[in-house]
Design a protein around this ligand. Sequence first.
Ligand SMILES: Nc1ncnc2c1ncn2[C@@H]1O[C@H](COP(=O)(O)OP(=O)(O)OP(=O)(O)O)[C@@H](O)[C@H]1O
Ligand SMILES: [Mg+2]
Length: 283
Amino acid sequence: MNKSPWSMSNADGQAPSPGPAPKGQAAPTSLLEVSGVDKRFGGLAALTEVSLTVHAGELYGLIGPNAAGNTTLFNCMTGLYSVTEGQIRLSGEAIQGLKPHAIVQRGFARTFQNIRLFSNMTALENVMVGRHPRTRAGVLGAVLRTAAERREEAAIRETAHDWLERVGLKNKGRSLAGHLPYGAQRRLEIARALATEPRILALDEPVAGMNPSERREMADLFLRLRHDHQLTLLLIEHDVKLVMGLCDRVAVLDYGRKIAEGNPAAVQRDPAVIKAYLGGHAA
Ligand SMILES: Nc1ncnc2c1ncn2[C@@H]1O[C@H](COP(=O)(O)OP(=O)(O)OP(=O)(O)O)[C@@H](O)[C@H]1O
Ligand SMILES: [Mg+2]
């Protein structure tokens, strides 16, 4: 059989080619290291001995058939789930077991497969909330509203406007988040995550439900963010063509195990990957 699993993708195959890798890196610096991670839910092994290393400045893709364990891995990395076994390090520091906000403060932000916005707040307010982990004014400050706090809020507002503009939502600041079209909500989630000033941003299916031209725009946005903000990007995506066209390296999970990792060309030739996607009919 000569069928390629990548033809099952619903993208139009015109993802942009990867941008230049960040300059000045002789040897890659590992930013995120996942070592021997297991996650069990009762009898279900959602992740088994997953290890991977993401380098600073990399665009790293995570793919896999449905229920492969990708979101679970994000949840373990970002403190929503505790790991059953194994270690997760950010810049050498163990982060497993830390609360989500503590992981955000260390520079690791994410978006969610099921969009999580405050739908009755404006787009701008949603981004300002994202900024909260980086602000100094606490609850008392909010009540007392000293001049310093007012200045800080004005600065937050300005930065939030900047982030909205950078994700393509320049004039949407006053719209209620819940009234924005779906694609704009996905962009807003990214702006909110960016407002925490991450070094690494994990995106869980950020182009799901978008048409091909919206997908291309999002791919351009990811490349721009990496270039302009020296961001490292981790991308879970079922649009395999987009991932293959965009990412420096790709890992494939299947039934909670990493079955392949490498550059896109090698991964899409890997018999184990072809078998996982075609349900046992390896080419
Ligand atoms: N909180 C939970 N409790 C019990 N089982 C869970 C929980 N979270 C995930 N699972 C199970 O873990 C497995 C992996 O799920 P996960 O959501 O990580 O997959 P995924 O790769 O993100 O899938 P999809 O591509 O469909 O989003 C599934 O069998 C799922 O039912
Ligand atoms: Mg998922």
